[in-house]
Design a protein around this ligand. Structure first.
Ligand code: UDP
Length: 362
């Protein structure tokens, strides 16, 4: 069986690190990787292949056009060429980014079976581009690989056949488990002159939070308030940096003496920072799951999440930009009264093995 996995962004790459290794344990499987080039900066893409020792993509597209629709069209044309040349039996797409949707549409139009890894998640917030990508991709998916029970329930409610839905766990956690020893060895805390638990870690990049001046002003106010009690380490996503510069707000956050600004971190350094953070404050999808696995308190500055098990079982709390709620939650972390946290079923480092066993008909 020929499997073509398509990735395009930082979180996609982190979700497929075990695919080639596991495919190699299935003699009937041939696995190829296609990178659409949606994320192309060194620190948003190449760094992960380098530090995680991943084989370079078998096919790499280059995006030249600006604008979401033009990029989708360009990616689809490039993926079509690869499908014509390689003729896969199955295409595996990951997560909820534009590359996911582009590849899903190509698979559907070219009659290739489509497997969606991390399917079924729903924030029910159609203002999020990711929610639209998830729903559109799942509408044409043949094999659904689900990370948590809620995803399975959503797909059943949408009328998907039960036998096509597989609750396999979380491939992002597979990566954490596989690289745990290297994560623990990172020297990032020494380089930043920080002690374990003496800082909070922040990431922020959702369009709903960073694309307007009003959103950025709220973010800056939140940072100013949090740094009264904690040093914050903030690796800044390229989108957020662009918006801060566009609105002439970068100087405002740069002035804060308890805020450590840095470029997007490599995976091992970033996960070392997560592991030793007092808490993480974020609007990321994946980081809600990684903090749950590590049992590190996670404050999510969004009105909703598509990953509810991180709240019901895990260490995540949804806060939006409610200053009072944020203050109270941080106080509970400082006082040691923050909720008890567990890890959802199958988040055990073996999700990729389960996926390939299903694809290989075992
Ligand atoms: N990540 C990283 N360096 C950073 C910030 C995040 O390696 O500076 C990793 C993080 O551990 C997670 C993934 O990138 O595995 C999450 O990506 P992001 O938040 O961009 O995407 P989302 O999950 O929100 O789609």
């Amino acid at each position: 069986m020929k499997i073509l996995t398509v990735v395009g962004t930082r979180p996609n790459i982190i979700k497929i690190t075990q695919f080639s290794r596991v495919a190699a344990t299935h003699p009937g499987c041939q696995h190829r990787l296609l990178h659409t080039g949606q994320h192309y900066n060194h620190n948003m893409s190449d760094v992960f292949f380098e530090e995680l020792g991943l084989r370079q993509p078998d096919y790499a597209l280059r995006i030249t056009r600006q604008g979401v629709v033009s990029q989708l069209a360009e990616m689809m044309q490039g993926i079509e060429g690869v499908v014509e040349a390689y003729r896969p039996d199955v295409m595996a797409v990951v997560g909820d980014v534009n590359s996911t949707l582009a590849a899903a549409l190509v698979a559907n139009k070219m009659g290739v079976q489509l497997a969606h890894v991390e399917s079924g998640l729903r924030s029910r917030d159609r203002t999020m581009p990711e929610e639209n990508n998830r729903m559109l991709t799942d509408a044409i998916t043949d094999r659904f690989f689900v990370t948590e029970e809620d995803g399975r329930r959503n797909l059943l409610q949408e009328g998907k056949p039960e036998k096509s839905i597989h609750l396999v766990g979380n491939t992002m956690i597979d990566t954490l488990v596989a690289y745990d020893a290297q994560i623990r060895q990172s020297g990032i805390l020494e380089r930043l002159r920080l002690a374990p638990k003496a800082y909070a870690l922040m990431t922020m990049h959702r369009p709903g939070n960073v694309d307007t001046r009003e959103g950025l002003e709220k973010l800056i106010a939140t940072i100013d308030s949090l740094t009264e009690a904690d040093t914050i380490v903030f690796p800044v996503h390229p989108r957020t940096l662009n918006r801060l510069n566009e609105f002439n707000l970068f100087g405002r956050i740069e002035r804060n003496g308890r805020l450590i600004l840095m470029e997007p971190a490599g995976y091992l350094d970033f996960q070392h920072l997560v592991l030793h953070a007092r808490y993480v404050i974020t609007d990321s999808g994946g980081i809600q799951e990684e903090t749950t696995f590590r049992r590190v308190p996670c404050l999510t500055l969004r009105p909703n999440t598509e990953r509810p098990s991180t709240i019901t079982t895990g260490s995540n709390t949804l806060l939006g930009f409610d200053a009072e709620k944020i203050r109270q939650t941080v106080a509970s972390i400082h006082q040691g009264t923050y909720k008890a946290c567990g890890v959802p079923p199958y988040w055990d480092g073996k999700a990729t093995e389960r996926i390939f066993a299903v694809l290989n008909g075992q």
